[in-house]
Write a protein that binds this ligand. Structure first.
Ligand SMILES: [Zn+2]
Ligand SMILES: [Zn+2]
Length: 333
């Protein structure tokens, strides 16, 4: 499977300001001083290989959306945040039609549904769009957000064949050559995480979930849900102190909680997701190094606690990697 991250920002879309772009240009020119950059090839190589992420890229500002390539003809999409607009545009421009799009919602907060009115394939006859989720209010919510005075055209303008499917935890959904299960999560109004399995490969998409003190307990159902997956996409806009301070009960978790749960669930890679709209690219880079340091320290602590068996496999050998997801990232599971 290939997971395409189209939107990774939480709460509200955030565009980079002119000042931010200017600072990236300045940082790039400073880094280029003294380098032999006469040809375009040399310049492109330098930008590709030598610039730090925060100068040559951006984490992006679109709200949550993933497109998962499964090898199936049908499309598998998670959430309809603003990131879904570019996906729809690309599909329509490539001339693809007569397709089925399965769109799963974690929940119906605005940042997870606001891209749906801009999803171009839904306006094309012959396409089929199936909206899935654990909430039985999906149809109403999607129609409401396109009502006057919030939107100029009603939901009924969609010309594709539209349908809705509600699922409950315990259901095993077989579509797009994968199996999907869902897990209820702690979030205002409840959210659902999705586990996607294909053969021996798997990942979990778990956004907008607050893991509180029961998460540290021995029996915590989320651990079974994520057990042994290759990739855990985890809602972590906060530091540990924010998550237990003034942002407690806001429905989100910390990077530290992500590392702990991913370790206990023996997850391959932890992907930090649903970034705070106030975080700059520099903040995100710092957040990543802070998370990596914590991960390294916790691995070291386990090795020291078990000196007789160096390198012995232990739950704390996980996650093997941590990354901060960004708009445009493609992760092969
Ligand atoms: Zn959200
Ligand atoms: Zn939410």
């Amino acid at each position: 499977m290939k997971v395409h991250f189209l939107g990774t920002r939480g709460s509200i879309p955030t565009a980079p300001s002119s000042t931010v772009i200017r600072e990236k240009v300045v940082a790039t020119l400073l880094a280029a001083r003294g380098k032999d950059l006469r040809s375009e090839t040399q310049i492109r190589e330098f930008v590709k290989k030598q610039l730090p992420f925060q100068s040559g890229h951006t984490y992006g500002g679109n709200t949550p959306c993933l497109n998962i390539e499964t090898g199936s003809e049908d499309y598998l999409i998670m959430d309809g945040g603003s990131g879904i607009r570019a996906l729809g545009k690309e599909i329509v421009e490539s001339g693809v039609s007569g397709k089925t799009f399965h769109i799963f919602f974690s929940h119906l907060h605005y940042d997870h549904v606001q891209g749906i009115p801009f999803f171009a394939p839904a306006y094309i006859p012959g396409n089929k769009v199936v909206f899935h989720g654990g909430h039985d209010t999906i149809e109403q919510a999607l129609k409401d957000q396109m009502k006057t005075p919030f939107f100029p055209i009603p939901f009924e303008t969609f010309a594709a064949d539209i349908s809705f499917e509600t699922h409950i935890p315990g259901d095993v959904i077989s579509i797009c050559d994968v199996t999907i299960t869902l897990h209820e999560q702690n979030h205002p109004g409840v959210s659902y995480g999705y586990r996607v399995d294909q053969g021996d490969r798997s990942f979990v998409y778990s956004t907008d979930a607050e893991h509180t003190s029961p998460a540290h307990g021995k029996e915590y159902p989320f651990i079974d849900f994520i057990k042994g997956t290759d990739l855990l996409i985890f809602d972590a806009p906060y530091t540990h102190s924010q998550s237990i301070g003034n942002r407690e009960h806001w429905g989100h978790s910390s990077n530290i909680m992500g590392v702990e749960l991913a370790a206990r669930g023996e997850v391959g890679t932890l992907a930090i997701f649903h970034h705070d709209p106030a975080s700059s690219d520099k903040d995100m880079d710092d957040f990543l190094s802070h998370t990596k340091k914590f991960l390294d320290r916790s691995k070291l602590a386990v090795r020291e606690a078990r000196p007789g068996i160096p390198g012995a496999p232990s739950p704390r050998a996980h996650p093997s990697e941590v990354l901060v997801a960004y708009d445009g990232l493609i992760f092969e599971v």
